[in-house]
Design a protein around this ligand. Structure first.
Ligand code: 5AD
Ligand code: SF4
Length: 471
């Protein structure tokens, strides 16, 4: 940490005070983690810390971790080992910390394994980051492990860095509406790392959306582990509408917002009121991420998913009946214990039937404390890999065919800013969540424009703005 000198005004003594430390945060995992990191960064910036993208010189290094698969945990552990090697040589007082899901599930164990780690901050404690860093940096404490439950913590993921660390993000923002999960799918560690479901109030969320819209945000994504469980206990059903639909309606009223998305809903509790919302609320864009996990009823039951293949297909039909152009994405696990070739083929056939616009495929990974670990017929890694590769080819080909169908079409795009791959071009998203790259001046950021699609790859659409007034 840099040390600066200045004159103490009342007695002119020269004292040494630390400049505010610089902070590097690396995030693993889902959009919820991205959002948590942003809230921690905003909290620290408000306290005077400076965010830095430079891990080599940071005074505070935080890894926001994911536990959903073993590979994600190993990545963060390896990264921390490397950082310890690099950092301790140059700065013995730098603070190194884990936060998020792995911090929650492993706690003190992380410091036992890597004694150079100073801070372990659980998933209900993000808002305490500043306080703990202060006591570590000033030497009041040597190590901090804070992973206890805290009532009301769901309401603390609120602050944003609108024009902060990542320029161009200010057109879109994530808003965390709830924490935790009560579903206990038999493969999943999330209910253990994120705790039980807790929802924020509609008023609080709408207030945050107003602030974001006033700051120029045009699109909001409402985030939660199962968003359609939002407010089930706290708010309940009113006039036949679930609490989540009541929330979307309230956010829909926010002036300045042009688009609303949400992720992820669970197919189990996806009611007709939420299907109908797509017909009634024009700002709710036609996009649904519906994790199916498997196409086999036998697997769905063992996974404790709470729906059948037929029910899932019925839901997809209902959504497409309301919005034929709806983009539908999913998550699939390959190689869950007991998965036979026949079960796997059921998943392949479901993918062919639904033609997902996006599908994230995961190799089953044993997670501690989850019931699936103790199930018979664990699938050998070689078979998991072979099935994963087969399914990937299938869903990629479907995705590519669907993207190519857009050639020649005119499509509405919200311009987000410079393209991530080529900053000389612009990037935006269609209502159905497809990325479009095109030529144009940066002042178009934040605008909704029509783009004519000229080319398509498996992941990206390319086009020309319909109105060629580019600068
Ligand atoms: N192994 C593999 N994938 C998993 N997921 C959750 N738990 C596991 C696991 N143990 C996947 C699910 C979920 C996504 C976020 O991660 O598909 O929807
Ligand atoms: Fe995990 Fe299932 Fe909850 Fe999703 S619904 S977070 S997969 S337990």
């Amino acid at each position: 940490m840099e040390v600066s000198h200045f004159l103490f005004p009342h007695d002119w003594r020269t004292v040494r005070v630390p400049e505010m430390p610089s902070v590097f945060i690396k995030t693993y995992g889902c959009q919820m983690n991205e959002r948590d990191s942003e809230a921690v960064a905003a909290q620290l910036v408000a306290k005077g810390y400076a965010m830095t993208p430079d891990e080599q010189h940071a005074d505070v290094i935080l890894l926001n971790t994911c536990s959903v698969r073993d590979a994600a945990e190993q990545k963060a552990l390896n990264k921390m080992e490397t950082l310890i090697g690099q950092t301790r040589k140059r700065n013995s007082t730098a603070v190194l910390g884990f936060m998020g899901c792995m911090a929650q599930s492993r706690g003190q164990e992380l410091i036992d394994q890597l004694p150079d780690v100073d801070l372990v901050l659980g998933t209900q404690k993000f808002h305490r980051a500043g306080e703990h860093l202060n006591s570590l940096l000033t030497g009041q404490r040597n190590k901090v492990v804070d992973t206890s439950e805290e009532a009301g913590s769901e309401a603390t993921i609120r602050e944003h860095l609108l024009n902060g660390a990542s320029a161009g993000k200010a057109v879109t923002a994530f808003v965390s509406i709830m924490q935790g999960c009560n579903q206990f799918c038999t493969f999943c560690i999330v209910p253990y790392t994120r705790g039980r479901e807790r929802s924020r109030s509609i008023k609080d969320i709408v207030g945050e959306c107003h602030e974001l819209a006033n700051g120029g945000v045009k699109e909001i994504t409402l985030l939660g582990q199962i968003v359609n469980s939002y407010g089930r206990r706290e708010i309940g059903v009113k006039d036949g509408k679930s609490a989540f639909v009541q929330l979307i309606e309230a956010v829909h009223e926010v002036e300045g917002l042009e688009r609303i998305r949400f992720t992820s809903p669970h197919p189990k509790g996806y009611g007709d009121d939420l299907v109908e919302a797509y017909a009634c609320l024009p700002k709710l864009v036609g996009n649904a991420h519906l994790p199916v996990q498997s196409g086999s009823d036998r697997m769905l039951k063992l996974m404790h998913r709470g729906y059948t293949r037929a029910r899932f297909l019925e839901l997809v039909s209902k959504l497409r009946a309301v919005q034929p152009e709806m983009g539908i994405g999913t998550d699939i696990i390959v190689g869950f214990p007991g998965e036979t070739e026949e079960d796997f083929e059921q998943t392949v056939s479901l993918c062919r039937e639904v033609k997902f616009d996006n599908a994230f495929l995961f190799k089953y990974s044993q997670r501690r404390d989850t019931p699936a670990v103790a199930m018979p017929d664990q699938i050998p890694e070689t078979i998991i890999q072979e099935r994963h590769a087969r399914l990937l080819e299938e869903v990629d080909a479907i995705r590519g065919r669907k993207r190519r169908e857009y050639r020649g079409a005119q499509i509405e795009v919200l311009v987000e800013g410079p393209s991530h791959r080529n900053a000389a071009r612009l990037e935006g998203r269609t209502r159905c969540n497809k990325i479009v790259v095109f030529e144009g001046g940066e002042r178009l950021a934040g605008q909704v424009i029509n783009v004519k699609i000229t080319d398509a790859t498996r992941s990206t659409l390319y086009g020309d703005p319909a109105i060629m007034n580019l600068n």
